[in-house]
Design a protein around this ligand. Sequence first.
Ligand SMILES: [Zn+2]
Ligand SMILES: [Zn+2]
Length: 329
Amino acid sequence: MQLLEIGKPLRLVSRDIVRPAPGQLVLRVAACGVCRTDLHIVDGDLPALDHPIVPGHEVVGHVAEIGASAATDAFSIGQRVGVPWLGWTCGRCRYCRSGRENLCDNARFTGYHLDGGYADYVLADGRYCFPLPDGYSDAEAAPLLCAGLIGYRTLTMAGDAQRLGIYGFGAAAHIVAQIARFQGRQVYAFVRPGDDKAKAFARTMGAAWAGDSNEAPPELLDAALLFAPVGALVPAALRAVSKGGTVVCGGIHMSAIPSFPYELLWGERRIVSVANLTRRDGEELLALAPRVPIRTSVEIFALEQANEALRALREGRLNGAAVLRLQET
Ligand SMILES: [Zn+2]
Ligand SMILES: [Zn+2]
């Protein structure tokens, strides 16, 4: 399913399967999650590229062909692996050399610069593929690869905050809430005003309180994580955190943040963003997932229904994560 023009539906096309260069793997895709970033790419919220894009960066696949090299020694034909958003980094820029490959100046991202998992086959650099834990079906494992990874990195940015607010209770939030509960934190969920279904969903995921995003929580929070791409939530979240509290913006795109009085930031409150992921985030989250154990809530679509899945996400009609499933498992 390929994006040819910003704002237009994805189109089903037929393409030849590319052979792997040394260090690359060809994967037969089993499932691919649908992420809000895909929506931002399709809608043109991210810079447009000069080539067609196959979206999808929560890819679960089985190794079909190996481009032999030291980087692919550890993989075997048929093995199940996951491909995340971070698809390639240069290893040379100052960010790569200081352990911050998520900020690499030359990074290439899966489903954006590199063809992604809305397809039967995907070509991936073996250095950025993760073996996946057992105990998850292909569809259940898919949301771990971005909602899980970026969610985990976002949670890490909140430090040891005990009272944790989460704005926007979708795919990332439902995973983060489970990790936060496992770590002994209290979760306060903020949803679109009036969305009682989302509130109920948040409570089933362990939220101690669930309310509208324009409501004040029953007590001040130590940190707030923003997964909804709504800039107006930044001052709202600043109001909800106590002195020294952190507001972490977890999305790749957000509408403009309205101006707000300095007193909301005063008291050493902080606003930070989270960009992408490192491979270390992936290793940590995938080791943690079965220990929690994280359970992912998924709605299944066929590959050909990718446009419907994106529409459901845009309209806020999903509980948990949309996943395209490519073959019976
Ligand atoms: Zn770099
Ligand atoms: Zn994503």
